[in-house]
Structures are given as C-alpha cells and as structure tokens.
Design a protein around this ligand. Structure first.
Ligand code: PEP
Length: 248
C-alpha cells in the first residue's frame, strides 16, 4: 500500500503569531489525526523551530541550497534544515523554477544535497498552460523528472515523493480535472516502471497540487494513481485543510 500524504505549502505567508495559531488549530482537527495519512507542513523556514515544536505533524522546508555548509550568504543548507528537525524538502516547485530560475541541473543538485542529509524530497513537476494547450504535457513532465531524478539508484526513491502540479492550476482557482490528473499520474508511474521496475513504480507516492480544495479533493483523490495532495491556498485555512484530509 502506498502512503497517503497531505502536504501544506504555506509559501511566504503568515506572520509568526499567525503560524502558531494555525498550527494550534490544525492540531485539534479530527481528519488530520487519521493514522492512515501523513500530514506534512511546509512553513517559512524561519518558523521551522516553532512549527516543529508545536505541530503534531511532520515538518518540511520549502527550499534548500544546492551547496553544503559554507560562505553562501542568505542560503539554508540541507545540513541545517536537517539539524532543525525538518524531515522533508520541496524541490522544483514551479514558483522556484519560474521566479528564481531554478533549472533541472540545479534541482538535481538540490535533490542530491537533500538525500545526502537525510531529508526526504517532495519533487514538484508540472507543465505550463502553453504546453497543456498546444504541446505534450506527459513529455514535458517526464523530461523534468528524468533530468533531475533519473541519475539516482532505485533505492533512493524510498525517500522521494512526486507532486504533479500543473502550473496553470497553481493559485489560479483552475484545477486539473480528475481525468487530466489521472492521465499524468499514471504516465509518471509508467515512466518509473520502465526505468526502475514495478516495485519502485508501485511504491512511489504521487501527489496532485494546483487549487486543490475541499470541493474538488474527493474526485481527485478517488483516482487510483493520486496518492494525496500538495495544497497551497487551502492549507492556510484549518477548516479547509481538514476537510481535504477527510477525502484521503
Ligand atoms: C502549491 O503551491 O503547491 C499549490 C498547489 O498552491 P495552490 O493550492 O494554492 O494552487
């Protein structure tokens, strides 16, 4: 059985007191307590310690450097994230690819840095609108995965989760239909099967992200190859995040 995962990406939102308040509310929510799912919170890195101390959930960091400890002002090393108790790291989020010019090669180095330092990777991939409308989304997403992950040994995938997040659906209110999501999720699993075999393909969790909320989660999570969600906006509201968990 693949693990069901619900991850909340808080992005660069919330002041410290608001983050504390949100965690305290989330701790009380019934669906988030289900033992059948793993809940992961990705707060701003400056709140890692607070969230780690008070949350009843796993905690991850939204970004790490590709470099090891050293003279890189403003960066956070995987070693440091690990030493703060982060268990996961987001790599390849479309906002980092787009606004910070993070390309496949850099992301590959970040994946390696994470795995060297016992951080599990939530690797994000997804196509822009032009590719959805006029191109080949499966080919586009496959290349992102191949370029940043296919240098790894099969055993590394015990520590990797994929998040398929079509860029046109992130923060826009547009969501991939369950048919569109399932098509890409199944293709990603097939890609893993061809390269690393059935065992790796069947074990890897593939999350959907992109305006997932309490209204569309039921249909998306019913897809056989959707193993959970990476949630942005709706993760900032405890009620919505908990309702989404209900459907997992
Ligand atoms: C995200 O940032 O990963 C995300 C899916 O955002 P939203 O749910 O707001 O579209």
């Amino acid at each position: 059985m693949r693990k069901k995962i619900l991850a909340g990406n808080w992005k660069m939102n919330l002041l410290h007191s608001e983050a504390e308040h949100l965690v305290n509310e989330l701790n009380q929510k019934e669906n988030l307590k289900k033992t059948s799912i793993e809940v992961i919170l990705f707060p701003s890195s400056v709140y890692l310690q607070t969230v780690k101390e008070i949350a009843n959930f796993s905690v991850g960091i939204q970004n790490i450097s590709n470099k090891s400890l050293g003279a890189y002002t403003g960066e956070v090393a995987a070693e440091q994230a690990n030493s703060m108790g982060a268990k996961y790291v987001l790599v390849g989020h479309s906002e980092r690819r787009e606004y910070f010019n993070e390309g496949d090669e850099l992301l590959k180095e970040k994946v390696d840095a994470a795995l060297r330092n016992e951080l599990k990777v939530v690797f994000c991939c997804g196509e822009p609108l032009e590719i959805r409308q006029n191109g080949d989304p499966i080919k586009f997403v496959s290349k992102q995965i191949e370029n940043s992950l296919f240098h790894l040994e099969a055993v590394a995938f015990d520590n990797i989760i994929i998040a398929y997040e079509p860029i046109w659906a992130i923060g826009t209110g547009l969501t991939a239909s369950s048919t569109q999501a399932e098509e890409i999720h199944a293709a990603i699993r097939q890609l893993f099967s061809e390269k690393f075999g059935e065992n790796v393909a069947n074990a890897i969790s593939i999350l959907y992200g992109g305006s997932c909320n309490e209204k569309n989660a039921e249909e998306l999570f019913a897809c056989p190859n959707v193993d959970g969600g990476l949630i942005g906006g709706a993760a900032l509201k405890s009620e919505s995040f908990d309702r989404i968990a209900y459907y997992l």
